[in-house]
Design a protein around this ligand. Structure first.
Ligand SMILES: [Zn+2]
Length: 151
């Protein structure tokens, strides 16, 4: 569970954003059957809506404030804040792309399997991080490799 720390979301879990309970599998239930896919589609769509809302809010907030600082020093501070915000928006935009890509995977029935080794990623892991495209083992390896390359 510790590995899920680097989520791009607020502390609010994606499940509660979507107003859903953790998925309860019936015994012998097929992995990524239509019911499970629907569950993740709802989570992803709720997440997407939330991110798009936030982005919309920032843009209008920046437009409101942009004209309010005639003093150049104030303006510089404000521009710094804006650039931080823009960087955050940039991350969100990437995340939105990733969510959209994941929704396409649900449509084409590719969702829920590790892109590297093909194993099931698992419902609990996907509920915490629905855009995960690697299983926990491959993800850990990839992170190790990144660290070694000093990225
Ligand atoms: Zn894997």
């Amino acid at each position: 569970m510790k590995k899920e720390k680097k989520l791009n979301t607020s502390s609010l879990s994606l499940l509660s954003i979507a107003g859903l309970e953790p998925y309860k599998e019936k015994q012998g239930e097929e992995y990524m059957n239509p019911k499970q896919l629907k569950h993740f589609e709802l989570i992803l769509k709720a997440w997407l809506t939330q991110l798009q809302d936030e982005m919309g809010k920032t843009v209008s907030h920046m437009q409101d404030e942009a004209a309010n600082f005639p003093d150049p020093a104030d303006r510089a501070t404000q521009e710094e804040e804006f650039s931080l915000e823009l960087r955050a928006r940039d991350r969100e935009r990437k995340l939105i792309k990733k969510i959209e890509k994941t929704l396409k995977k649900i449509e084409s029935d590719d969702f829920g399997y590790c892109e590297s080794c093909g194993v099931e990623i698992g419902i609990r892991r996907l509920e915490a991080r629905p855009t995960a495209d690697l299983c926990i083992d491959c993800k850990t390896l990839a992170e190790l490799r990144e660290k070694q390359m000093g990225m």
